[in-house]
Design a protein around this ligand. Structure first.
Ligand code: SAH
Ligand code: SF4
Length: 390
């Protein structure tokens, strides 16, 4: 979540009134499961394909909008499943329009955040729209610089709650593409909607492993949202057994490791998980992952002023990552309300980058996107609780 923007627009608050969901959500089903269930209900396979496309390709908002289906069949679906898993409680867009952040209320009142980041083409890469999604309400891992970590763990999100965030952002992104087309700023072939998904919102994806993998398979489906595995990034605090398990999934997704320190003493100060999976064990797992998948690993390194941002620490990190096919993202911390941390300035971040370069480790400095709308992980929920008394 990068590049700063200026003013702070007031949030538009929509009254949340979601009824507690008694029926299962259709969004929780894999494609195979949906097909077999609809066949059991007496429908033909092509009907299941139609329903799937209506939900994930056309991103229709309700069963009633599925006009290709008979009324009787739609009624049957309505009696069996709920449709939407999320109710929008807030939607903010940054002053520079690059970033939007939604706060969603779940059926049991939990609040989660989803971010949409827009990147213009830089000559090498085409325009991108990246959805940053949550996997848990809260998080149990307690990293001290993270607003979500400070809120504690509430519960895992269901598959439907995870994919619904991408569906919501797909609607927003497509509507913008279409508006631009109407203004002649975009051609029809340019309507892409969401192009990338990062699991970097609230929660630890690998602590909700099964649902995250199932959600990735839904996002991946070519007749649905069609987000290619290489355009999906899962970020983890470093849960070693799950990283090793992920290596066996034969998914071509990107893996990002939140490292944030070059040694155990520094890492344990801000990341309690380091006591369970220390740095050496984590890096060993990364080597195994890279060997098994042939994929480059991304390391995230939140720069905390005078804590983990010296050139010596950069060199230590360079030595630690030596021989690993990787890329480091350097992110000056987005200070949270409770946290004592300050951001490293750009000059110090560049010096840190220089230290890594001495060891041949490529890196990018990423400035925070959407600071004016509390786009940092868990921060909008905090603000919403103040505003809504939620
Ligand atoms: N739990 C996962 C994914 C969600 S957090 C993980 O920790 O990787 C996504 C990223 O945001 C992580 O790299 C996390 O360390 C980073 N992050 C958390 N709080 C931050 C803050 N205040 N400023 C900048 N980055 C932050
Ligand atoms: Fe959880 Fe990630 Fe925040 Fe750590 S940084 S508390 S793992 S969400």
């Amino acid at each position: 979540m990068t590049t700063p923007s200026s003013t702070s627009p007031e949030p538009t608050v929509k009254k949340a009134s979601i009824a507690s969901a008694m029926l299962p959500s259709i969004l929780d089903l894999s494609r195979d499961r949906l097909t077999s269930t609809l066949i059991e209900m007496g429908e033909k396979k092509f009907r299941a394909d139609q329903v799937w496309r209506s939900i994930y390709h056309e991103t229709l908002g309700s069963f009633d909008e599925m006009s290709t289906l008979s009324k009787t069949f739609r009624e049957k679906l309505k009696e069996t499943y709920t449709f939407s898993a999320l109710e929008q409680a807030m939607f903010l867009t940054s002053a520079d329009k690059t970033t939007s952040k939604a706060l969603y209320k779940l059926h049991d009142g939990e609040l989660i955040e989803t971010v949409l980041m827009r990147y213009e083409t830089d000559g090498h890469r085409r325009n991108r729209k990246t959805a940053c999604i949550s996997t848990q309400a809260g998080c149990a891992l307690g990293c001290t610089f993270c607003a979500t970590g400070q809120q504690g763990f509430r519960r895992n999100l269901t598959v439907g709650e995870i994919v619904a965030q991408v569906i919501e952002m797909q609607r927003v992104a497509r509507a913008e593409d279409e508006a631009q087309m109407a203004e002649g700023k975009r051609s029809k072939g340019d309507i892409q909607g969401v192009t990338n998904v990062v699991f970097m919102g609230m929660g630890e994806p690998l602590a909700n492993y099964r649902n995250v993998i199932a959600a990735i398979r839904v996002l991946n489906d070519g007749q649905g949202l069609n987000i290619g595995a290489r355009h999906i990034t899962v970020s983890t605090v470093g849960l070693v057994p799950q990283i090793l398990q992920l290596a066996e999934e034969e998914l071509q997704i990107n893996l990002a490791i939140s490292l944030h320190a070059p040694d155990n003493a520094t890492r344990s100060q801000t990341m309690p998980v380091n006591k369970r999976y220390p740095v050496e064990e984590l890096i060993r797992a990364c080597h195994k992952y890279a060997d098994a998948t042939g994929r480059r690993i991304f390391f995230e390194y939140v720069l905390l002023k005078e804590q983990n941002d010296s050139v010596e620490q950069a060199q230590k990190l360079g030595r630690l990552l030596n021989g690993l096919h990787c890329h480091v993202n350097l992110i000056p911390v987005n200070p949270t309300k409770e946290g004592p941390f300050e951001r490293t300035d750009l000059t110090a971040a560049k010096d840190f980058q220089g230290g890594l370069k001495q060891y041949g480790i490529p890196s990018t400095v990423r400035m925070e996107k959407g600071i004016d709308i509390n786009a940092g992980c868990g921060q909008l929920r905090e603000r919403a609780i103040e505003i809504l008394g939620a």
